[in-house]
Design a protein around this ligand. Structure first.
Ligand code: CA2
Length: 154
């Protein structure tokens, strides 16, 4: 039987507030809406999507380890879409967890991090990512999923 692909969608700290605070920066769509939309789109292409949001660095590291290094290859994820939020600029631990999982990942940011404070221009993820999408609001998540759909069908 053909294995169905599995994507892990990770959102970092404070992104549970999407659509509820600061819509002028991060947009009016809630994280629940985004997760639901992506899961539906993924399912249309026979892709399983697991969504995970946490405000805690260690929980994100654990989730990547738990699903990335599973012995059962049918449950292990095949790719990651991640908005590490503030951890983008600080987390060697999440970077190392993604490197250990050794699967392609796409880094997404809702805002254009290059048009904001200088500290947001440095990312611990970009040099290891397949690609980086920023500044396109929540559409960036759909674009990342679209890349995986095409990648899995290659
Ligand atoms: O633009 C992005 O997606 C960011 O990853 C968002 C992070 C920020 O630290 C990064 O530099 C860029 C902040 C996420 C905060 O999320 C909120 C959402 C709604 C209301 C308040 C905060």
């Amino acid at each position: 039987m053909k294995k169905s692909m599995h994507i892990l969608l990770i959102n970092g700290p404070n992104l549970h507030l999407l659509g509820k605070r600061e819509p002028h920066i991060y947009g009016a769509t809630t994280l629940t809406d985004i997760e639901g939309r992506l899961a539906k789109l993924a399912a249309c292409h026979n892709i399983k999507l697991t969504a995970f949001q946490s405000n805690h660095e260690g929980e994100i590291v654990d989730k990547i380890g738990e699903l990335g290094l599973l012995a059962d290859e049918h449950s292990r994820f095949d790719g990651v879409i991640i908005n590490p939020a503030a951890f983008t600029h600080t987390s060697v631990a999440i970077r190392d967890a993604l490197a250990a999982a050794d699967k392609p990942f796409i880094e997404v940011h809702l805002s254009n991090v290059h048009a904001r404070e200088p500290f947001r221009t440095h990312s611990y993820f970009s040099d290891k990512a397949v690609g980086v999408i920023c500044g396109l609001g929540d559409l960036g998540y759909d674009m990342a999923l679209d890349w995986f759909i095409k990648h899995f069908n290659r």
